[in-house]
Design a protein. Structure first.
Lengths: 128, 153
């Protein structure tokens, strides 16, 4: 009967979503997905995204592309890190928290350093 | 993909991308539209399921259906605006993909209900009615959850 199939199908969707939720412990909003302790990464900027909902850098670290998450655009700009601050090909040092899932090449930066200048993306979290 | 890249480069989209105020406003409107849509749908479904004993369902459904049909295009437009900023990224997001499929299923479910409901008394098809209402609650809940997950996968 068509209705039973429909009910089954929606049940299946809910189950899929639940599994999906259970399997995904990574959250890129906030800090829940990041590990404890400071992590530092050095590489070459491959891509810069300065926009909503938050800015990101793609950084080439010895041939591996890392995703470095920054803050929402306004907070990122407040740190001084604007379009003029860095370009593709610039060397960057990012200090922050890496993903708790260490198979993932992803971190959230509290401070990034480009061309000798440090930008405190999250001043409250950046070490003094 | 080229089409999505072109969307990202469009001037109003670029403005929204870096805006301080417009983005959270569009975001808030999206949430407001979802709030109206979800609340009205769940209330309609609960009434059909017999969970709201104090209310007469026919006038309630007539009112809430108008609210839902008004909120849906607002949710779609604001959602499309949020999507446009990073269209090429969101299109690959599994939560976003599942969400679109679930919206299509939930929409088909709602349309089926409205077509069958037209010009018929609710007593004429009580069993299927309740099944569609239950499916509606489950599907729209899953849509909500998938939407929330977009930022977390």
């Amino acid at each position: 009967m068509a209705t039973d199939r429909r009910t089954l199908m929606s049940g299946g969707c809910i189950a899929a979503v639940a599994l999906f939720l259970a399997g995904s412990t990574l959250a890129h909003h906030g800090w829940s997905w990041t590990g404890d302790g400071m992590f530092q990464l050095e590489g070459v900027i491959k891509d810069i995204y300065l926009g909503n909902p938050h800015a990101t850098l793609d950084v080439d670290v010895e041939g591996e592309i890392w995703r470095v998450e920054l803050a929402p655009p306004s907070a990122t700009a407040r740190s001084g890190f604007t379009e003029d601050a860095a370009g593709i090909g610039d060397e960057v040092t990012a200090l922050g928290n890496r993903s708790r899932d260490e198979t993932e090449k992803r971190m959230k930066a509290v401070r990034i350093t480009v061309k000798g200048k440090a930008y405190d993306i999250y001043p409250g979290r950046a070490p003094s | 993909m080229e089409f999505l890249q072109a969307i990202e480069q469009a001037e109003p989209v670029r403005l929204l991308k870096t805006s301080f105020l417009a983005y959270p406003v569009v975001n808030a409107l999206h949430i407001a539209a979802i709030g109206v849509l979800f609340a009205s749908i769940v209330l309609m479904d609960l009434c059909v399921l017999g969970a709201i004993r104090t209310a007469q369902c026919d006038p309630l459904v007539a009112l809430l259906r108008r609210a839902a049909l008004a909120a849906f295009p607002v949710a779609v437009l604001t959602g499309a605006s949020l999507f446009s900023i990073q269209a090429t990224t969101y299109v690959r997001n599994p939560a976003f993909q599942v969400k679109l499929v679930l919206i299509a299923l939930a929409g088909a479910n709602a349309l089926t209900f409205m077509v069958l409901d037209r010009g018929r008394s609710s007593q004429a098809w009580p069993r299927l009615r309740r099944m569609l209402a239950l499916a509606s609650i489950l599907l729209w809940s899953a849509v909500l959850l998938c939407g929330r997950l977009i930022g977390f996968v």
